[in-house]
Write a protein that binds this ligand. Structure first.
Ligand code: URA
Length: 260
């Protein structure tokens, strides 16, 4: 394992042991209160080839058909988000949080909604969860600036409550237009709310992980835990690491197919 990835896994607080033969094993820290005496261990080299189960999920008509958004370019879209009054959240937000990163990124990260820090700064994932997201990206060799990061909702729900269906309906055309404009090769969806919203299912996140889904004109999407959840449940970081490997290998597989 190269030393850079080793350093980032350590930053994720995923313990790594190198064997004499050069192979490595990782484990995540136990949750503070967990009584488990033995750290769970997963062999890195045993990561299976990505199963690209093309379960096509058509873009629902409810989110395709907003002509006021569908034709906007980057600057107009950013202005529309920052001045949006389509749902009542505009009355309580400080900033509409558009999204950040490389507008031609190959990876796009989709989260749920801005929290207090994001609302204040007008940028997604800048709080503690954002720092962990940055470390997760680094563990697969990506800098924050190399991806595009956006949320389902562009305005903060008060007290960080879950988004309401009518808020999602009002806001999600912005995200779909962002996906179209970025045209990413891969979407990494973080958290239950984002995953269930994009896939239009109620399936628990544990069952949505481990599969390459297809959304928004058949683009591959991998689901993992939300970094805020991982901060509360660090024992799940090893699963998140497996998800990141799935995302990376899916990306590499698709790239090699595209260039073959
Ligand atoms: N959580 C999210 O889902 N998005 C953010 O931007 C911040 C926290």
């Amino acid at each position: 394992m190269d030393s850079r990835r080793l350093a980032y896994l350590k930053a994720l607080e995923i313990d790594v042991w190198e064997r004499r033969d050069g192979s490595a094993r990782v484990s995540a820290p136990q949750a503070e209160a967990a009584p488990a005496p033995v750290a769970p261990v997963i062999p890195i080299r045993a990561t299976p080839e990505p199963v690209i189960q093309a379960r096509a999920v058509p873009t629902p008509p409810s989110i395709e058909g907003d002509p006021s958004v569908a034709a906007l370019g980057w600057d107009e879209l950013a202005t529309a988000v920052r001045s949006c009054t389509k749902c009542p959240l505009h009355a309580t937000r400080t900033n509409g949080v558009f999204g950040v990163g490389d507008r031609r990124a190959r990876w796009m990260i989709v989260g749920e909604a801005p929290g207090a820090d994001e609302d204040k700064q007008g940028e997604p994932f800048v709080g503690r969860a954002g720092q962990l997201l940055n470390a997760m990206l680094k563990s697969v060799g990506l800098a924050r600036e190399q991806v595009f990061i956006a949320n389902i909702l562009k305005s903060r729900p008060p007290n960080n409550r879950d988004p309401k269906p009518e808020e999602v309906r009002a806001c999600i055309p912005y995200l779909y237009r962002q996906i179209e404009l970025v045209n990413p090769a891969l979407i990494l969806c973080v958290g239950r709310i984002a995953a269930q919203t994009l896939l239009e299912v109620d399936t628990p996140i544990g069952k949505l992980r481990g599969t390459v889904h297809r959304i928004a004109a058949n683009r591959p999407m991998v689901v993992t835990y939300h970094p805020a959840y991982l901060l509360r449940s660090p024992v799940e970081k090893r699963k998140s690491w497996a998800d990141l490997l799935l995302a990376m290998r899916t990306f590499e597989t698709l790239q090699s197919g595209a260039t073959a």
